[in-house]
Design a protein around this ligand. Structure first.
Ligand SMILES: CC(C)(COP(=O)(O)OP(=O)(O)OC[C@H]1O[C@@H](n2cnc3c(N)ncnc32)[C@H](O)[C@@H]1OP(=O)(O)O)[C@@H](O)C(=O)NCCC(=O)NCCS
Length: 167
């Protein structure tokens, strides 16, 4: 890895083999709380959390009966390095899509999140979305800067931050 400008970044649609590679990457180089909803039990990647991670993505993306979002594995120089997602949200906006991204810790802060966000914005536009939204926390400086860098309006509500960008 020579740094983001030289790195090949590819978003691969999630499928079972990609999900396995994503779990391996998460276990090796991310905290469960950064990449999935909380699961009771001792900290770290317990067998229960690994199963919950797989179940979470199968339910939300892979099972046609329950899928609510599109997920991609972020591949950096051919290796799974995180995930990106777009979830259509049917609210007041004609069609809003909610975005999310996480990257392996050792790859953060190199501009990869920015490049992934550009791809998500393009996918959202191509899909006909009128608004791009995302949520983070006040404490998450990298995510706030990533989102403000897109030109989105950021609305602080207590510890939470809601970003919204007209496409
Ligand atoms: C949020 C996340 C996806 C950002 O990706 P990244 O590759 O680290 O971010 P980039 O290197 O592209 O930087 C994006 C912006 O954040 C800034 N930034 C990155 N890391 C930072 C840090 N640790 N502290 C302060 N600013 C930081 C960059 O300078 C850049 O801002 P700029 O364009 O104004 O210079 C990544 O940090 C991550 O996976 N975090 C854990 C999961 C998470 O919080 N996801 C977001 C939920 S919405």
């Amino acid at each position: 890895m020579t740094g983001a400008p030289d790195s090949e970044i590819v978003l691969t649609p999630l499928d079972e083999p990609a999900l396995r590679r994503l779990l391996e990457a998460a276990v090796a180089d991310a905290d469960p709380l950064e990449v999935m909803p909380p699961v009771d039990g001792p900290p770290g990647w317990t067998p229960e959390r690994r199963e919950a991670f797989l179940a979470f993505h199968r339910r939300r993306s892979l099972d046609p009966d329950t899928a609510i979002e599109t997920t991609w594995v972020v591949e950096v120089d051919g290796r799974a390095a995180g995930a990106a997602r777009l979830q259509p949200v049917h609210g007041n906006a004609a069609l809003a899509v909610e975005a999310g991204v996480w990257l392996c810790r050792s790859l953060r802060g190199r501009g990869i999140g920015k490049r992934v966000t550009e791809v998500l914005l393009e996918a959202a536009r191509d899909g006909g979305a009128a608004r791009f939204i995302a949520s983070t926390t006040v404490a998450n400086t990298a995510a706030r800067r990533l989102l403000s860098g897109t030109g989105a309006d950021l609305d602080v509500r207590g510890e939470g931050v809601d970003a919204s960008l007209e496409l």
